[in-house]
Design a protein around this ligand. Structure first.
Ligand code: KIV
Ligand code: NA
Length: 260
């Protein structure tokens, strides 16, 4: 998978399927199921490490998990998350991106709008593909809580402006988390780069889920926007394939997964 192919998928209105993975076993099975993009997300702090937020995750750990995934992923585009505060300064952000790219990632992702623009622009100049992340920002959860973002007109406009600013700075992809479906559709239409949604309705250019939610392994309550694809599946491999097919055939997400 290449950046150009992902862009073509958006232009041809083919949905992009993205899923998280954190180790070699799943790097293999997720890519074998035909997932287009693997995200080595800092959600591993919650679903693998057992923390209640993503804040404790370190750069060293993100490097370790990226290396494991990339030993077995042969086909999917691989995005690795910069962990909490790794982008606190431009210098830190560049060093963190370097470490993740050298660990084998194809692209780095970090959270935020205007505040992320300078780092996006510099990485873009240096030839490092960048994915933005807007809407609910799990690394800011102590300030915002886990709640839908962009609900009123002013917040929606700010989100749209952030998305346009990231694209203008050179971002190649955007993740939108927990935003009203109408706004996610408007942003997807306004941007030329692909927009991948989670809890953002069906009209983004692609979907992403956390692996453990898809497999029904979530400790505690799974998010409303997720779906357990193991229900009715014979194997883990089949559950992942069912997710891929459901996204491609516009069967996931359903209205019950939308955030309002
Ligand atoms: O860390 C992660 O898994 C993510 C997705 C929820 C988009 O950032
Ligand atoms: Na993340």
């Amino acid at each position: 998978m290449t950046l150009n192919q992902l862009l073509k998928m958006k232009q041809n209105q083919q949905k992009i399927v993205c899923l998280t993975a954190y180790d070699a076993a799943f790097g293999h099975w997720v890519s074998a199921a035909g997932v287009d993009v693997i995200l080595v997300g800092d959600s591993l702090g919650m679903v693998v490490q057992g923390h209640t937020t993503t804040l404790p995750v370190t750069l060293e750990q993100m490097v370790y998990h990226t290396q494991m995934v990339q030993r077995s992923n042969s086909t999917a585009w691989c995005i690795a998350d910069l962990p909490f505060m790794a982008d606190a300064t431009l210098q830190d952000g560049l060093a963190a991106a370097k470490a993740l790219m050298q660990a084998g990632a194809n692209m780095v992702k970090f959270e935020g709008g205007q505040r992320a623009v300078a780092l996006v622009a510099r990485l873009s100049e240096l030839g490092v593909p960048v994915c933005g992340h807007l809407g609910l920002l799990p690394q800011s959860v102590q300030k915002t809580g886990y709640r839908v973002q962009g609900r009123d007109a002013a917040a929606a406009e700010a989100l749209m402006n952030d998305a346009l600013a990231l694209q203008a700075a050179g971002a190649d992809l955007l993740v939108l988390e927990c935003v009203p479906s109408d706004l996610a559709r408007q942003i997807s239409q306004a941007l030329t780069i692909p927009v991948i949604g989670i809890g953002a309705g069906k009209d983004t250019d692609g979907q992403v889920l956390v692996l453990h939610d898809l497999l029904g392994l979530t400790l505690g309550k799974a998010p409303k926007f997720s779906h357990n694809f193991m229900t009715g599946a014979d194997s883990i491999q089949q559950a992942i394939e069912r997710y891929v097919t459901a996204v491609r055939n516009l069967e996931f997400p359903q209205p019950c997964h939308e955030m309002t």
